[in-house]
Write a protein that binds this ligand. Structure first.
Ligand code: OGA
Ligand code: ZN
Ligand code: ZN
Length: 408
């Protein structure tokens, strides 16, 4: 199975040894959250092995877990690396609980070899086990979302560095995951450059506006963005059950008067609201309201709260868009309180210290997390010049995937 694992195979450790192939493309020896600490002891206890490494890490590995994670050719498909082994159907199942499942084991500083009662042999790389030691979190390769502080300014990456062989792409992707907003500078003023950039990361996320859309003033608009009017801070497509994650807006022309852009970190603002006005925060996070888009061909609607919280009570998604908000359908005695709460959120969003203002220049592309960061633009005067942006969306999964692959 050696050919299945280009990255770890190519990597020999300080002792010149090749790691055991664990059907895993992420590094598990040296760097990126991997260690070359030596495995120093392996002791069998009731239903588990206790392992200890030279850096002081110790952990208990249930036999059931070890059997489930065997990476041999029969247990993991040698090409897809996906699991073939079915723990739940293993005739040894009852014996994992009685210690009889394991016939023998041996280890050295780099590996652990288990022989099961049915004769199956499982070999583990010590670095791989170290990384996945129960009770220790596997180091994430992705930056965590960090709220904007006052006077936040987005990172700028040059287009040439983004498409080159250096670390421009990882810096761009990391900034986007961390800040939810990043600028690309000095790109070509070419139609579809936004599509090329998007597709180098993942498939464009299509919506009722297509896979890639043009933002400019048109004669028969079906959307406020396709007029010259100002767009207050908003998130796109809150009327979808799954609004697009990442938005890319590529500026091709911007010489009309007006049209300046603004952005605000919705998660940071939600946290301020929680602190300053807990009742408003509660109302906005606990009250689903209706969002809706309608034109000749589509009628796309959903009922969700403005601030959606995850299981730990942290903001997971902001839905805020005044022209996509549908009839406020609530019991009469809750309507005014909802508007009050909505206004309290809006007033924090409007504070200058919470906003980033900038003017997109031709060849610049702004990218942002549409479910976290709100965006807007001032009105522009189409009689004074042209304004043309091309935009598309990406799934966050593909952005995260991109950065994980880059960090191999
Ligand atoms: C949009 C939008 C911003 C702009 O297309 O959804 O918000 O600067 N456009 O025109
Ligand atoms: Zn196996
Ligand atoms: Zn928008």
């Amino acid at each position: 199975m050696s050919s299945a694992n280009a990255f770890n195979d190519a990597l020999t450790d300080h002792h010149g040894e090749t790691p055991i192939d664990m059907a895993e493309l992420r590094r598990y020896r040296q760097g990126n959250g991997a260690t070359d600490a030596a495995l120093e002891s392996a002791v069998q206890e009731v239903r588990r092995l206790t392992l200890a490494w030279s850096d002081g890490r110790t952990g208990q590995f249930p036999l059931m877990w070890l059997r489930d994670h065997c990476a041999c050719d029969q247990c993991r498909h040698p090409l897809t690396r996906e699991r073939l082994y079915k723990l739940l159907d293993d005739p040894l199942w009852e014996r994992f609980a009685t210690d009889e499942a394991l016939a023998s084991f041996e280890f050295d500083d780099r590996s652990l070899t288990l022989t099961w009662q049915d004769g199956h042999v499982s070999r583990f790389d010590a670095g791989w086990l170290h990384q996945r030691c129960p009770g220790h979190e596997l180091t994430t390769l992705l930056p965590t979302a960090t709220p904007w502080v006052e006077a936040f300014t987005p990172a700028h990456i040059n287009h040439a560095d983004f498409v080159g062989n250096g670390d421009g792409r990882s810096r761009w992707a990391s900034a986007l995951l961390r800040d939810g907003l990043v600028m690309l500078d000095q790109g070509p003023c070419e139609l579809e450059e936004v599509s090329r950039i998007a597709e180098s990361i993942g498939p464009m996320r299509s919506t009722n506006f297509g896979g890639r859309f043009d933002v400019r003033s048109v004669p028969n608009p079906n959307n406020a963005a396709y007029t010259a009017i100002g767009l207050e801070l908003h998130t796109d497509l809150p009327n979808w059950r799954q609004p697009p994650d990442i938005q890319l807006l590529y500026c091709l022309e911007n010489d009309a008067e007006g049209g300046e852009s603004s952005f605000a970190d919705g998660f940071a603002v939600a946290e301020i609201l929680r602190e300053e006005n807990p009742e408003a925060f509660r109302v906005l996070s606990e009250t689903p309201i209706d969002f809706r888009f309608q034109d000749d061909g589509d009628d796309i609607a959903v009922r969700e709260p403005v601030i959606d919280l995850d299981g730990d009570g942290r903001p997971r998604e902001i839905r805020f868009n005044n022209w996509i908000r549908d009839t406020l359908s609530l019991p009469a005695d809750r309507i005014e309180a909802w508007y009050e709460a909505y206004r309290a959120f809006w007033q924090i969003l409007r504070r200058p210290e919470r906003r980033v203002e900038l003017t997109l220049e031709p060849g610049q592309m702004i990218a942002f997390d549409n479910r976290r960061v709100l965006h807007g633009r001032n009105a522009f005067d189409p009689n004074t010049g042209k304004r043309h942006l091309q935009g598309t969306y990406l799934d966050l999964d593909m952005l995260q995937s991109h950065l994980r692959v880059l960090s191999r």
